[in-house]
Design a protein around this ligand. Structure first.
Ligand SMILES: *Cc1c(COP(=O)(O)O)cnc(C)c1O
Length: 475
């Protein structure tokens, strides 16, 4: 038996490389990532390749490994070449991804030490870090002292947690699901519809309240819809608003909607996944008035704080509501029960084992301070306003509403012919050119181009480049 144990130990020893072996793997990865960052401005924002990474199929999981250099070759050719390059400042299409450098090192550190941030007893420091970040975000929105929240993998899961918490807090029983009414506009993010489905509420009545000409919910029509639903014997239950829609960047009139929710006893949810952190910018913070009355808010550090993908957050007006929805006991957890100086993330989300997400956010905030983040957010606002002015100076372009934040729509209008297909084609031609990456959307049957500025690497020269490309391709 001892021989067997020894034999297996020897065979598995490679799982613990020694210091010089670690150095070799680490250096290879670091030098590859350095060359990626040094060339970030030269790499195309979108690259079409014939193979689409299919070489990877020739490398299935095998019994024996291969050298790190060969693996990096594979990654470089198949992962970091075809498709979209969201780390590029030229990515001004979908709500851009960021990837501030210290976050990656925060992940590195928390992966090395593998601290468990799910339960206070297991790692009080890690849980404190996560709760400090949550309390900071709650304060940012003027939430009351008893508020709380959870760091999630992104906005979609954060919205799901909020909707489930609303369902439970309002004590909606299964047999009434088909009478429950959820209000939003047609511009609400589609992940809220996914969340409604996942939470079991797919049978509920989902009403789209009409919008004004800036794509904001019209509060009076919300009030009317609630009244009429009540008269029909339905159960108005929750309003999903947006503080920065993905399509056009619109912020619903939060204060008016908060009043209506209060009067009618509805859960008031604000999806601020894209827009939320703009509350840190003096330029636009007033537009978030009313968010302090929300029952739940969703916000994405991997958008507005420029983190690499993997960081969202849900904030709830009273941490107890979140706890009641997510807390579950088990005997094998009994040693962890008594220590309650801080709420444990595992009691506030469906997750148990989870990455220590706090570190990737806390480390850059400690290292840089908040000021450069505020400045970057204000810069994005002004870049979008600048584009709004400048694009109208190019023949043929018209714009949608003045940008509330850093997203806006615009389109090229042909004197004769099909402008819709022209604009779709224009997106492809910009993509081929490669220095910037833009996207399109359809609003009321019209194809619009979208500008979404949120990468910390997008600066004036990026926007000027975009204007230059659009001018060249349309003249
Ligand atoms: C991005 C976004 C989401 C979805 O968040 P993920 O982090 O992509 O899961 C939800 N709502 C809005 C308004 C968004 O912009």
């Amino acid at each position: 038996m001892l021989n067997k144990i020894k034999e297996f130990e020897n065979l598995s020893n490679i799982l613990e490389p020694d210091s010089s072996e670690r150095e070799k793997i680490r250096n290879a990865i670091v030098s590859y990532s350095e060359s990626f960052l040094e060339n970030i401005e030269k790499i195309k924002t979108y690259q079409t390749t014939a193979d689409k990474g299919s070489q990877l199929l020739e490398f299935p999981v095998k019994e024996t490994g291969m050298p790190i250099d060969q693996i990096i070759e594979l990654i470089s050719h198949n992962v970091d070449r075809p498709g979209l390059n969201p780390a590029s400042g030229g990515h001004i299409a979908y709500v851009p991804g960021g990837g501030i450098y210290p976050s990656s090192l925060g992940d590195y550190l928390s992966d090395i030490t593998n601290r468990y941030a799910g339960v206070f007893y297991a790692n009080p420091g890690a849980v404190r870090i996560e709760n400090i970040l949550i309390r900071w975000m709650c304060q940012m929105f003027g939430f009351p002292k008893e508020s709380g929240g959870n760091l999630t993998s992104g906005g979609s899961i954060a919205n799901l947690i909020a909707i489930v918490t609303a369902r439970d807090y309002k004590k909606l029983k299964g047999k009434y699901f088909d009478k429950a009414v959820i209000y939003s506009t047609s511009q609400a993010h589609h992940c809220t519809r996914k969340a409604i489905k996942t939470s079991g509420l797919y049978e509920s009545v989902q009403r789209h309240i009409p919008m004004d000409n800036q794509f904001r919910m019209i509060p009076e029509l919300l009030a009317e819809a609630i009244q009429s639903d009540k008269e029909k014997g339905l159960i108005p239950f929750m309003v999903i608003t947006s503080a920065g829609t993905t399509d056009t960047g619109a912020i619903d009139p939060l204060t008016e909607i908060a009043d209506i929710c209060k009067e009618n006893n509805l859960w008031f949810h604000v999806d601020a996944a894209y827009g939320g952190f703009f509350v840190l910018s003096e330029e636009v913070k007033d537009q978030f008035k009313g968010i302090e009355f929300a029952d739940s808010v969703v916000i994405d550090p991997h958008k507005g704080l420029f983190l690499p993908y993997g960081s969202g957050a849900v904030l709830v007006r009273n941490a107890k509501w979140l706890y009641d929805s997510n807390h579950m006991q088990a005997n094998y957890m009994q040693d962890t029960f008594d220590d309650v100086e801080e709420l444990s993330p595992a009691d506030l989300s469906p997750e148990l084992t989870k990455p220590f997400r706090g570190m990737r956010l806390w480390l850059p905030l400690q290292l840089f301070g908040l000021a450069p983040f505020r400045a970057a957010l204000s810069e994005k606002i002004w870049l979008c306003r600048y584009f709004y002015e400048e694009i109208q100076k190019i023949d043929g372009f018209e714009v949608g509403p003045y940008p509330a934040l850093s997203i806006m729509t615009y389109r090229y209008v042909l004197k004769e012919g099909d402008s819709n297909s022209y604009n779709l084609e224009l997106v492809n031609r910009v993509k081929e050119e490669g220095s910037v990456f833009i996207s399109s959307t359809t609003i009321d049957g019209l194809v619009f181009l979208r500008l979404a500025v949120l990468s910390f690497r997008t600066h004036l020269k990026t926007i000027n480049k975009c204007l230059e490309v659009l001018k060249n391709l349309t003249s």
